[in-house]
Design a protein around this ligand. Structure first.
Ligand code: TTP
Ligand code: MG
Ligand code: MG
Length: 453
């Protein structure tokens, strides 16, 4: 199945791309929001997570004051308590951080339509074509930092570069309140002295292999012979070599340009079992809804696709009463569209799609009807995000042979080469596509209003 991309062609003789890609990441996000809202906490070591130094569980965020004591995200709270006895321990207020996150994403969309949120506190932006409005990317980066400071009273760090990979590494380099610009042509030299852990997309397993060859810095990796990388990493080898010098062809994905989202599943054995069909539709709907939420959009229309053993394919679609990004209404609509079509049919393929997407900000935030359901969904999104993958599974899916698309691995970025696992800090809310494909469920984002055209 093909995946739509906003084309950016790079070739050896093309003139060097301009540094128009920004990576924006808020500083000590959860902790900074608490310090903002409670001025008496400013300048003090604030540790968000659990709300109690003796609680089980881990640190979500540590203020920079707490980091001086060695406190870090994902560390057990008790360890943090021992390292930092004077720390202020606060519970996680997920609803508040999500609301602030939406405000920040809206600020970013005011600078360019090309905004790709990567997690609750970070996004890639492509500023190409906005020079007359915002000046060179460096000026835009400064303006974005001050807009975030002015409008939501938070500090952000920004990296500016020719690729997402280099911008991401750059934003992390001078935190907090950092601004790092990597000029075109200097990417490899910029990366070379940095420890290999900094190279986005290279996980612990790959690093272990690389350490056999004495690789400690990104430059050490860049110096390894290409044939050795192919021998040890197979198809991932050339990509690894490219990333070591800052090459990353993935464009900044524009959530708004995506007109529809769909997931499909082909059965190993054609089925007439309604129970299996319903469960599969639920898994597919969950994947579609998760991607809508990750992109901050709601769908007005649900579509299904059905193919039988003779390869006869049927598509049906219907408009929802009100736009949604929740699994339940999408699933119910999909079931009602599929049910009348399947009588006596052996189903080979099922697909669920969503289209007529509207920006969630354009709709009432936390609408009265689905407020409670949304909070539950967002809480479980946050748990999945924190604990990786299989923490939450709907009871109905437990005995399903279909891997749930929402059992996504946040340690894998969709654009990063999947070589080894990545450190928890690199969680990515958009990894659902990659995971769904692993599970044999194909997913795509199309530039058409008709998911199955
Ligand atoms: P990060 O951007 O990774 O971290 P941060 O914003 O706290 O600090 P930094 O200045 O280094 O960017 O994550 C954003 C938020 O996501 C963070 O404030 C809390 C949450 N989070 C967790 O809940 N668990 C985790 O393990 C991590 C890494 C983050
Ligand atoms: Mg951050
Ligand atoms: Mg972040």
């Amino acid at each position: 199945m093909h995946r739509a991309h906003h084309g950016r062609v790079t070739s050896a003789d093309a003139k060097p791309a301009a540094a128009t890609i920004l990576h924006v990441d808020l500083d000590a996000f959860f902790a900074a929001v608490e310090q903002r809202d409670r001025p008496e906490l400013r300048g003090r070591p604030v540790i968000v997570g659990g709300g109690d130094r003796n609680a089980r569980g881990v640190v979500s965020a540590a203020s920079y004051e707490a980091r001086v004591f060695g406190v870090r995200s994902a560390m057990p709270l008790r360890t943090a308590g021992a390292l930092c006895p004077q720390g202020v321990f606060l519970p996680v207020d997920g609803a508040k951080y999500s609301a602030v996150s939406r405000q920040v994403m809206a600020i970013l969309r005011g600078f360019t339509p090309l905004v790709e949120p990567v997690s609750i506190d970070e996004a890639f932006l492509d500023m190409a074509g906005t020079e007359t409005l915002h000046g060179p990317a460096e000026e835009a980066a400064k303006a974005i930092k001050s807009a975030i400071r002015l409008e939501v009273a938070l500090s952000a760090s920004v990296g500016v570069a020719t690729t997402k990979l280099v911008a991401k590494v750059a934003s992390e380099l001078r935190k907090p309140d950092g601004l790092v610009i990597v000029q075109p042509g200097t990417e490899a030299a910029f990366l070379a002295p940095l420890p290999i852990e900094r190279l986005w997309g290279v996980g612990a397993r790959s690093r272990a292999v690389l350490s056999e060859y004495g690789v400690r810095t990104i430059g050490d990796l860049a110096a390894l012979p290409a044939d050795l990388l192919v021998r040890r990493f197979g198809n991932g080898g050339p990509q690894l070599a490219a990333r070591a010098v800052g090459i990353d062809p993935s464009p900044v994905g524009d959530g708004a340009a995506t007109k529809s989202v769909s997931h499909e599943h082909t059965f190993d054995v054609d089925t007439a079992d309604w129970e299996v069909i319903e469960r599969t539709l639920l898994a597919l709907s969950e994947g579609v809804a998760g991607r809508l939420r990750a992109s901050g959009v709601k769908a007005g229309t649900v579509a299904i696709r059905l193919r039988d053993s003779d390869f006869v394919t049927i598509s049906r679609q219907r408009t929802l009463k009100r736009p949604t990004d929740l699994t339940e209404p999408i699933w119910r609509m999909a079931v009602s569209l599929v049910r009348p079509e399947v009588r006596g049919m052996r189903v080979r393929l099922l697909g669920v799609g969503a289209s007529h997407l509207t920006d969630r900000e354009q709709l009432a935030l936390f609408g009265a009807e689905d407020g409670r359901q949304r909070r539950a969904v967002e809480a479980s999104d946050a748990i999945r995000e924190r604990f990786g993958t299989r923490a939450i599974t709907r009871a109905r899916l437990l005995d399903s042979s279909v891997a749930a698309p929402f059992e996504r691995d946040f340690q894998k970025a969709p654009d990063a080469p999947r070589i080894g696992s990545r450190p928890p800090a690199d969680r990515d809310t958009r990894a659902v596509t990659a995971r769904a494909q692993d599970a044999g469920i194909e997913a795509e984002a199309l530039d058409t209003e008709h998911p199955f055209d």
